[in-house]
Design a protein around this ligand. Structure first.
Ligand SMILES: [Zn+2]
Length: 415
């Protein structure tokens, strides 16, 4: 009997120790397993499945992933690409269909391609654009006459929404698991006279969230200083949120190092319109009104950007804090529509700016991007028919209903 009591006491003690573990997303983890899922996790990401993950990405399926990409399906992926289907892909390309591809090319059809060419059946190159797919796929390549090139607004979504957080307030970090659990990319605008080295932000960046500049000391005179401090930790910083919405005062400084500066003046951003250094956002309304800004964006075919300072119940002096429930309900409502692009300011902003800076004729597309524009961004286009070429290579048709062309490559032609 004494032994049984002793065992029960030991179990209780173990459970109590377990509850003290904040769990999941730590960057200093290098032991066998202290994130509670039974695997061996030794990188800097957030790994919550049951596999062995040792790279620097975000892996949340049930496979074994050991490269440097983002793998979210259920296969075994060990190269350096972005694989999100259901196959086994172990080369160095970008494979997004449902086959087994083991060479070194870019294969996006539905076959099994295992030679060493660029594509065994001639359907073209696939760029790693990082824009979410729309719908179920299965759409046929247009078969009309070559031409009719058009850029899809918001990558083909009905509208777009970005949720941005200012001032590194503690109520953001205190509700971190809830925020990250929503599984959409946010933008965190950090001011560098407060703590900017919390490991949570680096982990968020690794998962696809954006770290943006909110200046050194919350004034337009310290844009460069803030940018420098952030870049030392997070690499190139592309967008700024002008403190107090002072985009006029911040314009010159912002143009030196960024390609976007966000205001707080309200309004919806439209395709082909707006000023990148006075980009409209709205300070989040609370309660049932919170979701209205995103709904307006959806109704108008525009981009709604939220400025959020923090959540109710905190003691960090956040300006106009909102209820966590209103926020999470709003995000879930937008996800539920299925036709809204929910992403960071840099990702949606690069699309908006790419489209705005492009000139389309029926059979060609050219563009002139501003300074400090990110690499690896794309536009989605449709045509009446013909084949789409870029950089002397045929671009693959995407069965979700578009071609993705790379803004890093040259002119697009249809023939
Ligand atoms: Zn601020």
């Amino acid at each position: 009997m004494k032994h049984i009591l002793l065992i029960i006491l030991m179990l209780v003690a173990l459970v109590a120790l377990g509850c003290g573990d904040s769990g999941g997303s730590d960057s200093t983890e290098s032991d066998a397993d202290s994130d509670g899922d039974g695997d061996s996790d030794s990188d800097g990401d957030s790994d919550s499945d049951g596999d062995s993950d040792s790279d620097g990405d975000s892996d949340s399926d049930g496979d074994s992933d050991s490269d440097g990409d983002s793998d979210t399906d259920g296969d075994s992926d060990s190269d350096g690409d972005s694989d999100s289907d259901g196959d086994s892909d172990s080369d160095g390309d970008s494979d997004s269909d449902g086959d087994s591809d083991t060479d070194g090319d870019s294969d996006s059809d539905g076959d099994s391609d295992s030679d060493g060419d660029s594509d065994s059946d001639g359907d073209g190159v696939v760029y790693d654009c990082g824009i979410p797919d729309i719908g179920d796929g299965g759409k046929s390549k247009p078969s009309g006459s070559a031409g009719g090139l058009k850029i899809l607004n918001w990558a083909g979504f009905k509208g777009a929404v970005s949720y941005t957080f200012d001032d590194n307030n503690s109520s953001q970090l205190n509700n971190w698991d809830t925020l990250m659990g929503l599984d959409v990319n946010f933008t965190f605008y950090l001011q560098t006279n407060k703590d900017i080295s919390n490991a949570k932000w680096k982990q968020a960046q690794d998962k696809g969230h954006e770290i943006g500049n909110h200046t050194g000391s919350h004034d337009c005179g310290s844009i460069a200083q803030g940018n420098q401090a952030l870049e030392a930790i997070y690499g190139k910083i592309y967008t700024l949120a002008a403190p107090n919405g002072d985009t006029a005062g911040c314009r010159n400084g912002a143009q030196q190092v960024h390609f976007i500066d966000r205001n707080v003046a309200g309004g919806i951003v439209k395709p082909g319109q707006g000023d990148a250094f006075d980009l409209s956002s709205t300070i989040a309304a609370n309660g049932n009104s919170f979701n209205q800004h995103a709904e307006s964006a959806r109704d108008q075919g525009g981009w709604g950007i939220y400025c959020i300072h923090g959540f109710e119940g905190g003691n960090d002096g956040a300006y106009q804090p909102i209820s966590l429930d209103a926020f999470t309900n709003g995000v879930k409502a937008q996800k539920g529509h299925g036709d809204m692009w929910i992403d960071s300011v840099v990702n949606i902003g690069a699309y908006w700016m790419g489209q705005k800076s492009a000139t389309a004729t029926g059979t060609s597309l050219t563009w002139n991007l501003p300074n400090n524009f990110p690499e690896g961004k794309c536009l989605r286009i449709t045509v009446d028919g013909g084949d789409v070429y870029q950089d002397n290579q045929k671009v693959a048709w995407n069965e979700h209903g578009y071609y993705e062309v790379s803004l890093d490559k040259g002119e697009v032609t249809v023939k």
